[in-house]
Write a protein that binds this ligand. Sequence first.
Ligand code: NDP
Ligand code: GDR
Length: 379
Amino acid sequence: MKTALITGITGQDGAYLAELLLEKGYMVHGIKRRASLINTDRIDHLYQDPHEHDPRLILHYGDMTDSMNLTRVIQETQPDEIYNLAAMSHVKVSFDIPEYTANADGIGTLRILEAVRLLGLEKKTKVYQASTSELYGLVQAVPQSETTPFYPRSPYAVAKLYAYWITVNYREAYGMFACNGILFNHESPLRGETFVTRKITRAVAQIALGQQETLYIGNLDAQRDWGHAKDYVEAMWLILQQEVPEDFVIATGITTKVRDFINMAFAHVGFHLRWEGAGVEEVGILDRIDEQQFAFATGLPFDPVSFKHLNHKLVEVDPRYFRPTEVDLLIGDPTKSRERLGWQPKYDLHSLVEEMVISDLNWYRDNLHLVSQKPHFED
Ligand code: NDP
Ligand code: GDR
């Protein structure tokens, strides 16, 4: 039985990857942070009761900023494969906590690689590093491939640039099987609530259910190459199964504007928008309702009395969500991963949006009582 260690197992990708590796028969260890609230929601369905049988999923407390902890966990678990997914992963927040981001995302990667080396595991343990399309930053060329120059545009991306190169360096210096997956944006119903896609699908669900009036959003013109996290964790695994350690771009090759993602998500509940104004004045107005689609998506009869807001502003721009330096356009070239890994995404953007909207509709419909009692902070 192969043994894997996943840092960031409680995150979106960690959850899908843990599920995939368990299906493949792996023994899976994960590192989770101590928090004042239980933070294992995304992997609770994978829990195995140690009182009933020997579990194949074991969690260890740890943190990317604690070298001794990481070294001990690696020593105890002796993994064949480490998937280093843990990171402070929010680009906008990295401008607020740049030093912590550098420590966890940049030096954290060094801690993992150096622990493997110090423990003499460099010929046994393969390391996957969660690199990112944010490395490309300010557009140099499109589509972006393994050979496109990097120009990071946030403290997050700069920290990830260090992590990228230290991974390459340990591979070259010590012959380690250490690889970067340069993954473009990938989303799912498990996506963190403050990333733009999930923020949109949550707002669409709440607006359709009459629980929210308006979606406040940042840059509508940013373009992203969005895929489904389930497809992308498959690529992570494939990267570590190759004969030779190499770096790979994982992307769909299709880019979409934030505004068009919003249109697609609202269309799924039968709401069609028209856009007026420009820049910070731009608004998305409810132009037309497809009543049949509304009833189909929400499972509720369309009630014209409660939907008195045709011409209501459903989307407004709030500069609070702008970044000091933005990444305007990401579009990946997945040729190498298709040809060498045989990797192809199974989901398209339409099915991704649909799955996310349905999941949020279900959640907000079932938890109406919680939502109305529980205001929360937005990012
Ligand atoms: P998430 O933000 O959903 O998950 C991040 C994980 O890292 C969580 O488990 C989090 O724990 C953990 N974590 C954060 N800081 C620390 C720390 N100091 N010590 C230990 N654990 C920590 O990210 P994703 O799952 O979306 O992404 C996974 C990785 O892939 C990240 O490194 C991200 O930067 C990178 N990436 C993501 C892409 C995407 O589109 N999703 C694209 C390219 C790269 P907790 O649950 O306690 O917060
Ligand atoms: P990104 O994802 O920065 O690409 O990083 P995010 O979803 O946060 O932003 C995508 C684009 O949407 C614009 N945007 C907004 N973003 C957020 N979060 N909230 C808003 O209200 C909003 N309005 C517009 C952003 O400006 C941006 O252009 C993600 C993370 O998962 C990283 O960890 C990962 O490395 C990259 O994807 C690839």
